[in-house]
Design a binder for this molecule. Sequence first.
Ligand code: SF4
Length: 187
Amino acid sequence: MTTPAQKPTLVLHICCAICGAYLSELLKDRFEIIYYYYNPNIHPEEEYMKRRESVQKLATIYQSEFIEGDYETQEWYSTIAGFEGEPEGGKRCPLCFRMRLAKTAQLAIAEGATHFTTTLATSPYKNEDIIGAIGTEIAQDLRLTFLTVTDFGESKKDIWAKTRTLAKDHDFYHQNYCGCTFSIWKK
Ligand code: SF4
């Protein structure tokens, strides 16, 4: 009798269910996924709760564990201090990425996971090369493996198109700004 090989565990940092929908499809057969909602950047708290609820729904659909990180907003503001006036995509964002990915890596170690990654890299509004470099650097220091967009198995363009369709099917909450108070679109 053969025993099915155990899948490695991956901690997936997730910012919203939309970015995570199709990525879940791509990763579910390769990994045991732990969804990690660690996003102290999101403002206001009401918005944070809406996105959290949709991620919990996604984790339920994939029958996977959901873990919420601390909503440590003061730590986030301290992390990006001095870069409040930067535009989205500017110098503030790599600091925001690094804070969230570093915590994700810590959770991966605590949970005995070998891999981690983030839904952030699938967004067309974010630079996957910067996210990939930060994640890979953190992973190397901790002897973990970080999955970049290239490791997901499909092009970023295709992933985004498919995830939007899937998110509509699941009726996930769809935000209209990145997350922090500085990224709220001016009406
Ligand atoms: S714009 Fe988005 S990625 Fe950049 S600092 Fe704000 S929340 Fe973080």
